[in-house]
Design a protein around this ligand. Structure first.
Ligand code: NAD
Length: 480
């Protein structure tokens, strides 16, 4: 396999129309803007047979890619990062039109494309040296990681560009080839991303096969796939695990969550209100590791409700292309209906709506206003089910042990957070929470240096950091 590692070459800058023309298929399926209902573009629809051919080509390309020295693969990932950065404007506009998130303000479309760039660079920079397990009078043993082979990457619609990079960057770094199946809700932004990356990477090392769940099913049971990276719902994760059983296909499953946040009695409501807002409402709440239920000590309850309501009330929601907006629509109607139904159940269960909860049904787009519901019992469906949208339930507690028990009682455990003016006290509580990551005075702040993954029904395996790289390799010990 020949590769170019000319890191000095300036990457091409793609304009929006040029990018869209390169990836759309005039005979494809219409993808609608969730803010307006307008057609964004037409996505090609591939079949299980197309997938089969893509996996075949990826298998043929894999040994050549694995033979490229690690340093050269890293250089290509850095060039890939430069290429994405150069076309960030076009990618962010496409992402905003298709997914709904605002382009400019807050952690939205440009932030997501910037995250993709940052993760490509970070993945290329992680150290992974052979590890000497022992070297003494009894002998020597060394641990290294071989490529796994062909990796299948199946993704969701909430952060399609960044999550695709999370799946593919470590896979490529470790010498695997990758076949991506994007969500049927957001195929265009992933097609755009892979188009940009494809201008840098060798042929067939990275392929995207857009299509419905049947293409995902075909990928998850394909005998030519050696590892599946899946990010999506717990139910689909279970289906994928069943499908992968026959081939003993390795799995990393990043599934749903229902992250708890606990505000301790010493927290300063004004100081934490903005952090709580972003923790819960980032990407209009459509984030796996968003704050999805908030437990507040009775001493701070009214003040936290008031401070958070003030922040929510000043955050503009609207079409992502309008520069001032911070929150966008829900990406699809099904998710809108889930959020609306859960808020109705919260109201029926005695919840007090502090702000929001009154969508304008006659307006175009899947806009559900940012909503806070206080005074809820811990068994209300808005608390126990994943809303995956802009509606945060707030539960009052009087005893920290009780709050920890409520936070831990669900069968998911992706993230959690503790909010306090006392870092030591916060760490003590954090240590008792059942989640893959516990943040203090922030929520959902993922970092390419920190392994990220869930426990319980939030899945298993980690992404990011050296641990995340190792998950895309097979350990090999050489002992003498
Ligand atoms: P989903 O499970 O409905 O779909 C995800 C992907 O799986 C799509 O590409 C879909 O086509 C594919 N798919 C569907 N059925 C399949 C099957 N039987 N076999 C193989 N593939 C199949 O999830 P979604 O609605 O797109 O995403 C929302 C969910 O994802 C939420 O629960 C959220 O918490 C979770 N999520 C988790 C993380 C994380 O890192 N843990 C990140 C983002 C989203």
């Amino acid at each position: 396999m020949t590769t170019t590692t000319d890191t000095d070459r300036t990457p091409d800058v793609l304009a929006y129309d040029e990018l869209l023309a390169a990836i759309t298929d005039p005979a494809g399926r219409e993808i609608l803007d969730p803010a307006t209902g307008e057609v964004v573009g037409r996505a090609p629809e591939r079949t299980a047979e197309d997938l089969d051919r893509a996996v075949g080509r990826a298998r043929v390309a894999q040994p050549g890619w694995a033979a490229v020295p690690d340093a050269e693969r890293c250089a290509l990932l850095l060039r890939a990062a430069d290429a994405v950065e150069a076309s960030a404007g076009a990618l962010a506009e496409l992402l905003s039109r298709e997914q709904g998130k605002p382009v400019q303000q807050g952690p939205n479309a440009l932030f997501e494309v910037g995250g993709a760039v940052a993760w490509l660079r970070a993945t290329a920079s992680l150290p992974l040296e052979p590890e000497t397990l022992f070297d003494d009078e009894t002998g020597t043993a060394t641990l290294t990681y071989d490529p796994i082979g062909v990796v299948g990457a199946i993704g969701p619609w909430n952060w399609p560009v960044m999550i695709t990079v999370w799946q593919i960057a470590p896979a490529l770094r470790m010498g695997n080839t990758v076949v991506v199946k994007p969500s049927e809700h957001t195929p265009l932004s992933v097609l755009g991303l892979v188009h940009v990356l494809g201008r840098v990477l060798p042929e067939d090392v990275l392929t995207v096969v857009p299509g419905g769940r049947e293409v995902g099913e075909a990928l998850s049971k394909h005998p030519g796939v050696d590892k599946l990276m899946f990010t999506g719902s717990t139910a689909t994760g279970q289906a994928i695990m069943r499908a992968a059983a026959d081939g003993l296909t390795r799995l990393t499953l990043e599934l749903g969550g229902n992250d708890a946040g606990i505000v301790l009695p010493d927290a300063d409501p004004e100081a934490i209100a903005e952090g709580l807002f972003w923790g819960a409402f980032i990407n209009t709440g459509q984030t796996c590791a968003a704050l999805k239920r908030l437990y507040v000590h009775e001493d701070r309850y009214d003040a936290v409700c008031e401070a958070l309501t003030a922040v929510v009330a000043r955050m503009p929601m609207g079409r992502g292309l309008e520069e001032h907006n911070v929150l966008g629509p829900l990406q699809n109607r099904a998710q809108y209906e889930i959020v609306a139904e859960l808020v109705e159940q919260a109201r029926a269960g005695g919840g007090r709506v502090l702000v929001g909860g009154d969508p304008d049904e006659s307006a175009p787009g899947h806009f559900y206003p940012a909503t806070l519901v206080a005074d809820l019992d811990d068994d209300n469906p808005l608390v126990t089910q994943e809303q995956f949208g802009p509606a945060l339930p707030i539960v009052k507690y009087s005893d920290v042990d009780e709050a920890v028990a409520m936070a831990n009682r669900l069968d998911v455990g992706l993230g959690a957070s503790v909010w306090s003016a006392d870092p030591e006290k916060a760490r003590e509580v954090a240590a008792r929470l059942q989640a893959g990551t516990v943040w203090i005075n922030k929520h959902g702040a993922v970092d390419p240096r920190m392994p990220f993954g869930g426990i319980k029904r939030s899945g298993f395996g980690v992404e990011f950091g050296v641990e995340g790289l190792k998950a895309l390799g097979v350990p090999k010990v050489i002992a003498s």
